[in-house]
Design a protein. Structure first.
Length: 408
């Protein structure tokens, strides 16, 4: 056969095959028996009585290339899928989907499972690891040193292995918390427990705490008097410490017990204001007075706008502590009578007169009025900052640039 005759035959074949009606091809490309694009192509060739050579002529491709695609040695790409789609009248997506499934199956076969990846995803997804390193809670030089990070996290949570850490899925819960607690809040609580366990204080007694509460009330008249708080609580047998909150935790404080005779109060000073300090402190102190926290630790969070104790659904222990804290800052009976007389036009002069009458700093009255009326634009200039004061004399401080070394 001459070259010209061969060329003519090839053209005729291409013309014939390209004009075949193939819309009724009895092949379901979604049939699960097809594992690769090559298997689907072979089935299409068979049902149409085509050879690979005929297909190579139709596609103007080398037959070797066709064999590689059918055998799986050459991957099906998007351009080739469109070509086969035109010839066989099957959506290109079917060819690409088979190639994707085949590639994934091959990868699974050769890939080695690494449980460490799941552990790292859980740890870094739930805990602020970088911040804990920065704060000195984890003795790690680099967040990328995963063996060291995992060892330090395990030590920090007092676990035997990564799988036992409370923030990990299905890990046994060891901390006796009464409400749903986020991993970040739990990490903060563990730090409080770690530091409080190493503190030495005089023996606690309910009587000493009652006496301390009366002494603390005398300090409400002056912001500077707050510097006396750590010593008063120390002498009452309460482990008092300030631990800066972790980002996003919204923790304000906690009352917990190391055992039945060792109460702990920890504050975050998340809001650096005199009204918030006394409200949260007295709230936690009431938990101690009522011996709340012995049966289950309640981390107090997002308290800045909390009601004074009458919110629907609030736990009874929290209601008791809120009412005691509000009444401690400003006697609530007096405050309500004042509001009923002066509202809605409460002047600064009136507010200052009430503060003088009940012998407290104006910031405490301002805070109670703002919270009770919802007017958070009132008396902002009286909400003095106190963090630098309470940190000044004797308080155990972890955060804001200070790191407390521990024996663990």
């Amino acid at each position: 056969m001459t070259i010209f005759a061969s060329f003519c035959l090839t053209m005729l074949l291409k013309l014939a095959f390209l004009t075949l009606e193939m819309t009724n091809t009895p092949i379901d490309p979604a049939d699960p028996k097809f594992k690769t694009p090559g298997q689907l192509i072979e089935a299409l060739l068979e049902v149409n009585a085509w050879s690979k050579r005929v297909l190579s002529i139709v596609l103007e491709m080398d037959e070797t290339a066709i064999n590689k695609i059918i055998s799986g040695k050459k991957a099906m790409n998007a351009e080739m899928a469109l070509v086969f789609s035109e010839v066989f009248n099957i959506p290109a997506e079917n060819f690409l989907a088979l190639q994707k499934s085949y590639d994934l199956a091959k990868a699974r076969y050769v890939a080695l499972p690494d449980p460490g990846r799941t552990n790292r995803a859980n740890l870094f997804g739930k805990l602020p690891i970088a911040e804990m390193i920065k704060r000195g809670w984890l003795n790690v030089d680099s967040v990328r040193d995963m063996p060291k990070v995992e060892a330090e996290i395990t030590r920090f949570f007092g676990a035997n292995s990564i799988d036992e850490i409370e923030v990990m899925p299905h890990a046994a819960k060891k901390t006796n918390v009464t409400r749903e607690t986020t991993p970040t809040q739990l990490a903060w609580l563990y730090r409080v427990n770690q530091l409080a366990s190493e503190m030495m204080v005089p023996r606690y007694s309910p009587q000493s705490v009652r006496a301390a509460e009366r002494i603390l009330h005398e300090l409400l008249i002056s912001a500077d008097a707050i510097r006396k708080v750590p010593k008063i609580l120390f002498e009452a047998g309460i482990r008092f410490l300030l631990v800066e909150s972790l980002p996003g935790s919204k923790v304000d404080g906690v009352c917990m017990w190391l055992d039945d005779t060792k109460p702990v109060i920890a504050l975050t000073l998340r809001f650096d204001r005199i009204d918030n300090f006394w409200f949260v402190l007295r709230h936690e102190l009431e938990h101690v007075l009522q011996e709340h926290g012995k049966s289950g630790i309640a981390i107090d969070s997002d308290m800045d706008g909390s009601p004074s104790g009458d919110s629907p659904g609030i736990a009874e222990e929290e209601k008791i502590a809120n009412e005691a804290a509000a009444d401690f800052c400003v006697p609530q009976k007096t405050l309500k009578a004042f509001v009923s007389r002066k509202a809605p036009l409460i002047t600064e002069r009136d507010m200052l007169a009430l503060a003088k009458m009940v012998s407290v700093h104006p910031g405490l009255v301002a805070g109670q009025l703002r919270r009770g009326t919802g007017r958070y634009d009132l008396f902002q200039n009286h909400l003095v900052k106190i963090r630098h004061i309470v940190r000044a004399d004797g308080a155990l401080v972890d955060g804001w640039g200070d790191v407390v070394p521990t024996g663990n």
